[in-house]
Design a protein around this ligand. Structure first.
Ligand code: ADP
Ligand code: MG
Length: 227
């Protein structure tokens, strides 16, 4: 049995006083690629935010990368974040500094001090996303696809067992989306990283089929569980 990196039991997710998702149950194993699909407004981002500690878990039990989310002290959220990578639709790079400095900023902020190791790590993640020679570039000098690669490189900095990606191809044209999907599947396969990716892009899903969790009418349906 592969190691479980996400376990969610009887979880209810709220935005304010609104119940967005109820009775959520699923497990994700090391190395799994799982889509999170469902119409806009059905709770995909709310579920991901719960998993990365942005939305506090109120009801139910969840364990993410070894962290028990129930009743987790907000001071522990940075430690949780160090054990997972998060990728966004809009990249969220710091626009006033180059790629290398963006990555360096994250390492410094997560406690890295050894300059040699910092350099090695930055070169390592840039190599993994195919941007080895682009460290000096400013975000505005890069295409959307390249910026998304930098975002993925940033997610890889702390060698996470889990990457949570919220519509990572949402701002990209079909060809560039394809390249990003190939990269994500390769990361999943090569490093055994579990990936949960929210998307409503069925072209992408059809080209790269995998297990699906679907948000629908306040529930999460799991393609791995027969109804
Ligand atoms: N910050 C927020 N404050 C209040 N309600 C929110 C917030 N974010 C999302 N919601 C609501 O929660 C529901 C689920 O939204 P969301 O998780 O963003 O869905 P999706 O990512 O599938 O589009 C929607 O009804 C949305 O309006
Ligand atoms: Mg969303």
């Amino acid at each position: 049995m592969a190691e479980t990196v996400v376990s969610v039991r009887d979880v209810n997710i709220y935005q304010g006083s609104n119940l967005v998702l109820q009775d959520v149950n699923f497990n994700i194993a090391r190395g799994e690629f799982v889509y999170l699909v469902g119409k806009t407004g059905t709770g995909k981002s709310s579920l991901l935010k719960t998993l990365y500690g942005e939305l506090p878990l109120k009801e139910g039990v969840a364990n993410v990368a070894g962290f028990d989310l129930k009743g987790m002290d907000w001071k522990k959220v940075p430690f949780l974040r160090r054990n997972l990578g998060v990728v966004f639709q809009d990249f969220q790079l710091l626009t006033d500094r180059n790629v290398h400095q963006n990555l360096r900023f994250v390492l410094k902020a997560t406690g890295w001090t050894d300059e040699k190791l910092i350099e090695e790590k930055i070169n390592d993640v840039l190599d993994k996303v195919g941007l080895k020679s682009k460290g000096f570039k400013m975000p505005f000098e890069m295409s959307g696809g390249e910026q998304q690669r930098v975002d993925i490189a940033r997610a890889l900095l702390n060698s996470p067992k889990l990457i949570l990606a919220d519509e990572p191809t949402g701002n990209l044209d079909p060809e560039t989306s394809d390249e990003i999907m190939q990269l994500l599947f390769q990361i999943c396969k090569d490093y055994g990283t579990a990936i949960v990716m929210a998307t409503h892009d069925f072209i992408v899903i059809n080209r790269y089929p995998s297990r699906m969790l679907k948000t629908e009418r306040s529930r999460v349906l799991d393609s791995a569980v027969p109804v």
